[in-house]
Design a protein around this ligand. Structure first.
Ligand SMILES: NC(=O)c1ccc[n+]([C@@H]2O[C@H](COP(=O)([O-])OP(=O)(O)OC[C@H]3O[C@@H](n4cnc5c(N)ncnc54)[C@H](OP(=O)(O)O)[C@@H]3O)[C@@H](O)[C@H]2O)c1
Length: 287
């Protein structure tokens, strides 16, 4: 039986990252023509090499399209190039996202030290010490970085008769974790945007859903979830205490949910939802 995406164009942003590299490889193994987007060409090259080594059907293909998802012009150019050479995008995985340490306080709650913000970044810093420009950049990448590709590739899907968009929410969508205010705000916005765009695009047969991964170690989160020797940091211990599955997730844990949400044959009546894939984190009160 042919896979749902065989011979179809799937655009994956954040494709050089931990989660979306695995999704891109999986889609290629199902015969999709995969477009890899991210800012760093070398990361995309590594994923393309892995796809080259993987057991993929003949219909599969891969192309690198380095670019910043918040740059509307760059995204439009990529979309035009892909459509001219490969045809319209039918699947969009909005995986690009991230955080910025300059927007992260180290102090968890208000204290009198907040009356005297410090410019010394190495010191303990509170909410008033964080950089507002960094705060805005986190909001931009995690919100407009999904909206812009969705507008551009969503229109291609509509013209082609339909498609599916998958966004990336987070555990922060439901309740903000300490230290990551702009990231949490923006991931809450993703669930809201997913509902908005799903209802708007329904007449065009474009479904829009999101996954909310639990804690899946990537290069960035390794620094605060783990110790240098591979053990758990105090924050990692707290997360694990709240994760009934008793482990961090892996990219492979997402694939079933991703494929379900992309595949019309399995989820044609499912749109506008955000699905947690979290080892029970949301279900756990931690006590
Ligand atoms: N891992 C988790 O536990 C977890 C949990 C919940 C939600 N998520 C979300 O899931 C998605 C994927 O996470 P991940 O763990 O795979 O993260 P990751 O390994 O850090 O990958 C994210 C990728 O996004 C790219 N990116 C960042 N800003 C970009 C921009 N402006 N334009 C284009 N590409 C950009 C980065 O590559 P360049 O720097 O080269 O551009 C990076 O390769 C993210 O939205 C993340 O917030 C992750």
């Amino acid at each position: 039986m042919n896979a749902f995406c065989e011979g179809k164009v799937a655009v994956v942003t954040g494709a050089g990252g931990t989660l979306c590299s695995a999704i891109a490889i999986d889609l290629a193994q199902k015969g999709a023509k995969v477009v890899l987007i991210g800012r760093t060409r070398e990361k995309l090259e590594k994923v393309a090499e892995e796809i080259g080594r993987a057991d993929c059907p003949q219909s599969a293909a891969v192309r690198l399209e380095p670019g910043d998802v918040t740059d509307e012009k760059a995204m439009q150019e990529i979309a035009d190039r892909v459509a001219a050479e490969w045809g319209p995008c039918r699947y969009l995985i909005n995986g690009a996202g991230g955080n910025n340490v300059k927007a992260m306080p180290t102090r968890l709650r208000f204290s009198e030290a907040d009356y005297a913000p410090t410019a010394d970044f190495a010191k303990e810093r509170g909410f008033w010490d964080i950089d507002l420009e960094a705060f805005k950049s986190v909001l931009e990448i995690n919100t407009l970085g999904t909206v812009i590709p969705s507008r551009i590739f969503g229109l291609q899907m509509a013209k082609a008769g339909g498609g599916a968009i998958l966004n990336f929410a987070s555990m922060n969508t439901y309740r903000p974790l300490t230290r990551v205010a702009p990231y949490a705000m923006s991931k809450a916005a993703i669930a809201n945007w997913t509902m908005f765009f799903a209802q708007y695009m329904a007449p065009a047969k474009v479904r829009v859903n999101a996954v909310a991964p639990g804690f899946m170690v990537n290069e960035r989160s390794r620094q605060y979830l783990m110790t240098p020797d591979g053990g758990l940091s105090p924050r990692g211990e707290q997360v694990m205490h709240h994760t009934p599955a008793g482990r961090f997730g892996e990219a492979a844990d997402l694939l079933g949910c991703v494929n379900w949400l992309l595949d019309d044959a399995q989820s044609s009546f499912v749109t506008g939802i955000t699905v947690p894939v979290d080892g029970g984190f949301l279900a756990s009160a931690g006590v």
